[in-house]
Design a protein around this ligand. Structure first.
Ligand SMILES: [Zn+2]
Length: 344
């Protein structure tokens, strides 16, 4: 995932700095500025736009909660496969594992061969569909691959890959075997999210054409078969296992859907984990769908470790993430689904 972000969080305000970062490695530039100094004496900016006031406050269907212990077990299972970069044995195994876990569900593979700077690489998106009673679809997505340039290292991708894949499975557990009162819910496990800039190990450049292979492929497919038109909301989960959870508001996501996510968090008393500052996510799996007019919300905590130190680092290990964070985000997404279902 690639980001260009502006911090206006309380932490940044206390330091009287504005941190701006515009590259994949997210080197931060700190500078004193009048704007930041002024902010230090004022309450933080309103966390929601006026649009939030018009978002439906109703919910439909029974309240659901994720089983965080099960989600945590899924994280461990996935990490046990080792690195899961595209073309690796671990990646193959995680695909088989997902099929095993989803064996009683309606599951479709979207297989293709990606043309990458490192050559042709077979990839496979996996989609599990849970039928609802209303005409329309809510999508929850996450990427299953781990960082390609770090494939020769011990990179585990506990947060960046495993945590959200596990959470999607745990969300599926709540949807299975029920007659869903609202829209159908589709879980989309994306392959090929990470950039493959070249075959050279350690080449960490992020390039838009050489990333998001899976989501770009599925977005095209769903555009052709008419699915995109039926999607009422698309929630992307990325890097939300962080023990120190602070989900950012993404200015590249659909404002009303971001407002709805915030409202869902407020209902559950989890608002302190959400939208303390704004990020512009310029490369993630929601964007190919946004290009086709799908309402999207990237639920992401890019602030992983001090100044993002654990992101795309061998430090991205299970001790940095927590079942509690999975539970918070999982429950908020489940509440958001109920709110989308109640929307006129
Ligand atoms: Zn990543």
């Amino acid at each position: 995932m690639n980001a260009c972000r502006t911090w206006s969080s309380l932490a940044a305000i206390c330091l009287s700095v504005v941190l701006v970062s515009c590259d994949h490695n997210r080197t931060a530039v700190a500078s004193n500025s009048n704007e930041a100094t002024a902010s230090a004496t004022q309450p933080s900016a309103p966390l929601q736009s006026p649009v939030a006031q018009t978002v439906a406050a109703q919910s439909a269907g029974p309240v659901m909660h994720v089983d965080s212990a099960r989600a945590w077990q899924y994280v461990k299972d996935i990490l046990a496969f080792g690195p899961r970069w595209d073309g690796s044995k671990g990646q193959e195994k995680v695909g088989e594992y997902l099929h095993t876990r989803l064996k009683s569900d309606q599951v479709e593979d979207d297989s293709f061969v990606a043309e990458t700077p490192a050559g042709k690489i077979p990839m496979r998106n996996i989609v599990a569909k849970f039928p609802g009673s209303k005409d329309g679809i809510i999508v929850m997505g996450s990427h299953i691959d781990t960082n390609y340039p770090l494939r020769k290292t011990s990179f585990a991708g506990a947060n960046d890959g495993a945590a959200t894949t596990a959470l999607l499975l745990a969300l599926g557990d709540q949807l299975r075997g029920k007659k869903l009162e609202g829209y159908s819910v589709w879980l989309a496990f994306f392959d090929g999210e990470e950039s493959i800039p070249s075959a050279r190990p350690g080449d960490l450049r992020w390039s838009d054409p050489d990333s998001l292979y899976g989501s770009r492929h599925l977005a095209q497919k769903w555009q052709q078969d008419g699915s995109n038109k039926k999607i009422k909301a698309f929630f992307l989960l990325d890097m939300i296992g962080d023990k120190d959870l602070n989900v950012q508001r993404d200015s590249n996501s659909t404002p009303w859907l971001e407002d709805l996510v915030l409202q869902a968090s407020q209902r559950l008393g989890y608002q302190s984990y959400f939208f303390g500052f704004t990020t512009t996510i310029s490369g993630d799996d929601h964007l190919p769908f946004k290009e086709f007019g799908v309402p999207v919300a990237d639920i992401i905590d890019l602030d992983y470790g001090f100044n993002g130190a654990f992101h795309h680092s061998v430090e991205d290990t299970i001790d940095k993430i927590s079942p509690k964070s999975l539970q918070v985000v999982g429950d908020v997404v489940l509440e958001a689904i109920r709110m989308v279902n109640a929307k006129p």
